[in-house]
Design a protein. Structure first.
Length: 222
């Protein structure tokens, strides 16, 4: 090669009209798309009237096992929101049992909002996650059929790397319900916030209530 030859200059490929395509434009647009997806707004909720009743439905995590109902997350949430919150937690309950129990409570209390935190016992007992997912979907359908909006709380499975099971986020995305999926893994990963391996203590339940309260504000319920 002639050492005096012009050096090779890499230029962006030409587009019609004399414009040029930057070689990294595609990657930039992809990154922007990912960021936009990560910043999707929280699905909205109707504003809760001052006398709007909240039904907190679930198992021992709702009941307050590890501290007692007076220091459960529904008790703390009632204080934070200024709305009555009914603690409908049933320790040890499987999601199939919850699905059978929920309609009566919805009809009895006629809540303005349902907070659903269920399925943990299915995970602990190694029951079918597919069936648990279907049971939760049907619970949400029961509420929506009665015009009751729903907030979903994710529960981590029994693993060393705590994170809410993937089906919770899938349900929330498909059904467009506000979702809190990070707070329980964070609490149960902190020994100072739990009473045993799977239950928070009073401080942990308080943090759970605070996270749900923040979500209600973001969704426009409060």
């Amino acid at each position: 090669m002639d050492r005096y030859a012009d050096p090779v200059v890499h230029r962006p490929s030409a587009l019609p009209g004399g414009r040029y395509r930057h070689p990294y434009l595609g990657l930039l647009l992809l990154c922007l798309g990912i960021l936009a997806a990560c910043s999707d707004p929280v699905p909205s909720l109707p504003p809760l009237a001052p006398d709007g009743l909240i039904l907190a439905f679930g198992d021992s995590l709702t009941y307050g096992t590890g501290t007692g109902p007076d220091h459960s997350y529904p008790a703390a949430l009632e204080e934070l929101t200024g709305r009555e919150v009914i603690n409908a937690g049933e320790p040890g309950e499987l999601s199939a049992q919850g699905l059978a129990r929920l309609p009566g409570l919805l009809d009895e209390h006629r809540p303005a909002l349902l907070i659903l935190c269920h399925g943990g016992n299915d995970l602990l007992r190694r029951r079918s996650t597919g069936q648990a997912e279907q049971n939760l979907r049907q619970m949400i359908a029961l509420a929506h059929a009665r015009d009751v909006p729903v907030v979903l709380v994710g529960v981590p499975g029994p693993s060393l790397l705590l994170s809410s099971e993937a089906f919770y986020e899938r349900i929330a995305s498909d059904l467009r319900v506000p979702y809190e999926g990070s707070i329980l893994p964070d609490i149960l990963g902190d020994n100072t916030l739990k009473s045993d391996r799977v239950h928070p203590n009073g401080d942990g339940y308080r943090q759970l209530a605070e996270a749900i309260s923040r979500l209600l504000h973001e969704a426009g319920a409060i």
